[in-house]
Design a protein around this ligand. Structure first.
Ligand code: NAD
Ligand SMILES: OC[C@@H](O)C(O)[C@H](O)CO
Length: 302
């Protein structure tokens, strides 16, 4: 079969995946979590609340924050992991290390550009076939660019919104379709930013800030639309984290300014987001949807 025939066959298969009738009346109520915890019960029950069940897709999983989050899900019991990233090369060694550390989990990776609607759709279906289900989506894939607004080209503007906002939407849409077909419910976590809440200083990045503010609005909208399917949709807004994203041209001076304007006096470490990821992906977050959690050492305060 040629590549284009395979693509056409894939598209036909996707079309035949008929979703249940979409009804826009008020839902009757989503299922409550199966277990309740009383104070008298042991710590094991509390631990069980933070157990991560099922399989997850992590976009941008070859990047610093995505990889740290993927590892945290595995630490908390994730059965299957699929990493989507447009470039996997630099992360191959880390992904192999995860396979050694978590031999009971299925750990897969796939080169996917999240702005490609068909590729995303097919990759999600393929992941469900390989792992048995898709239950969790973490949308870490993203880009940042520091460009003065008056110098911004339409191409640069569109690229940032295309990846950070539209790409995140396409992944969420494809995963939601899969979860609705499964009838299992699930959890979607977007990565917004403090840049979606306030203007950054000193770097000019209007496209990035706009793309992340849109992610916050998307979180609310999808949470309201998909609660009836048991799909929770939340976001995390990191402040300045010490990753390669913040090592681009002209950023060195900015890093010192960010730390100086931070009440805790420093940037965040990648692992300092992972507790939130586990909270939102596990049953511990079972009554949380449409929420954004800021994790920034108090940056937004100053
Ligand atoms: N680092 C920070 O300070 C910070 C703060 C707030 C929000 N965030 C957000 O967190 C996320 C992860 O950031 P990071 O610091 O780990 O950066 P990173 O550059 O290490 O990771 C981003 C990953 O996204 C991937 N990616 C980019 N475009 C893609 C596309 N079209 N398709 C598939 N994959 C694509 C990259 O290849 C990379 O692996 C981003 O969305 C970023 O905006 C980061
Ligand atoms: O606001 C913090 C981040 O979104 C991001 O790392 C920064 O704005 C990049 O310049």
């Amino acid at each position: 079969m040629t590549q284009s025939e395979a693509g056409a066959a894939g598209r036909e298969a996707l079309k035949s995946r008929v979703l249940p009738q979409m009804a826009f009346n008020k839902p009757k109520g989503t299922p409550k979590p199966t277990q309740r915890i009383s104070n008298s019960q042991s710590g094991d029950m509390a631990k069980a609340r933070f157990q991560v069940e099922g399989n997850a897709i992590v976009t941008g999983g070859a990047g610093t924050l995505g990889l740290a989050a993927a590892r945290a899900l595995l630490e908390h019991g994730l059965a299957g992991l699929m990493i989507f990233d447009r470039t996997l090369d630099q992360a191959e060694a880390e992904i192999e290390r995860l396979r050694v550390e978590y031999p009971c989990a299925s750990i897969l990776s796939k080169q996917v550009d999240i702005t490609d609607e068909i590729a995303v759709s097919e990759a999600v279906v393929h992941t469900a076939e390989l792992l048995g289900s898709v239950d969790i989506l973490l949308c870490f894939a993203g880009v940042v660019g520091c460009v003065h607004a008056v110098e911004m080209t339409a191409t640069e503007w569109r690229r940032t919104l295309d990846i950070n906002t539209t790409g995140s939407f396409l992944c969420a849409q494809a995963v939601a379709k899969q979860i609705i077909l499964q009838g299992t419910g699930g959890s979607i976590v977007f990565i917004a930013s403090i840049s979606g809440h306030r203007v950054n200083f000193p770097q000019p990045q209007v496209a990035y800030n706009t793309s992340k503010a849109a992610v916050l609005a998307m979180t609310n909208s999808l949470a309201a639309e998909w609660a009836r399917y048991g799909i929770r949709v939340n976001s995390i807004s990191p402040g300045y984290m010490d990753t390669i994203l913040n090592e681009g041209d002209g950023i060195a001076d900015a890093r010192a300014i960010w730390a100086d304007r931070n009440p805790m006096g420093r940037m965040g470490e990648p692992n300092e987001l992972t507790g939130l990821v586990v909270l939102l992906a596990s049953n511990a977050g079972s009554y949380m949807t449409g929420t954004d959690i800021i994790c920034d050492g108090g940056q937004v305060l100053l």
